[in-house]
Design a protein around this ligand. Structure first.
Ligand code: HEC
Length: 184
């Protein structure tokens, strides 16, 4: 009897121990570096795309498409989920406003993904050289900012990829200005 009680106790310990290991939650110590790393990856991908627009002879459809895919995968839902909690948090520059203005924040995260997907589609259409279709025409008006912009695939498919790219960079700026602590 005593022995079986002991065994039950050990069994319970194991179950509790394992279930706490299996819990699929982030702790502050891993979520903040994770989302910061995602932002760094987004930034590196945007830089790679920017370099190709600056010097179209370096355009590589595969690399351009991969960079767009990186931004797409790390934006939208991924950003929204990673800033759902641990806001504010130690070591994080995320502002509490994110929780107060969830819809605005989510809209910017989704816009970022829409622009990245438009860039990915452009790379698939232009697998040889960077065609003039991808470039902004001299004097082309930069219609629409990140507010109230129509980011449907249809509309973004009708403007040059370079234009979508500039709108994407505005989205980064707007989100940071509103939702990220400034460093002196
Ligand atoms: C929807 C809002 C939003 C968008 C859009 C967004 N960011 Fe961020 N970004 C943030 C927030 C919030 C932080 C602060 C994260 C933290 O410290 O927890 C951040 C942090 C960063 C950082 C600093 C990471 C670090 O190591 O501290 C970089 C770099 C960055 N973003 C680049 C970009 C670039 C480039 C784009 C656009 C291509 C972009 N972000 C778009 C919200 C956004």
């Amino acid at each position: 009897m005593r022995q079986s009680q002991e065994r039950l106790f050990i069994g319970l310990l194991l179950v509790i121990g394992l279930s706490s290991l299996a819990e699929p939650s982030f702790s502050g110590s891993d979520l903040v570096p994770l989302r910061k790393q995602d932002m760094k990856d987004i930034s590196a991908a945007a830089k790679a795309i920017s370099d190709m627009f600056l010097d179209p002879t370096t355009y590589d459809a595969q690399a351009f498409g991969n960079a767009a895919q990186t931004i797409s995968a790390k934006s939208g839902k991924t950003i929204i989920e990673h800033f759902n909690f641990e806001v504010p948090a130690a070591g994080s520059d995320a502002k509490a406003d994110i929780l107060e203005e969830r819809d605005h924040f989510a809209r910017l995260a989704d816009d970022l993904k829409a622009y990245a997907d438009a860039l990915g589609a452009a790379a698939q259409k232009n697998f040889g050289e960077m065609t003039s279709d991808m470039r902004m025409k001299p004097g082309e008006p930069m219609s629409g900012g990140p507010f109230g912009t129509d980011v449907s695939a249809k509309r973004l498919g009708s403007i040059p990829a370079e234009h979508s790219f500039h709108l994407m960079l505005q989205t980064c700026k707007v989100c940071h200005a509103r939702f990220r602590e400034k460093h002196q």
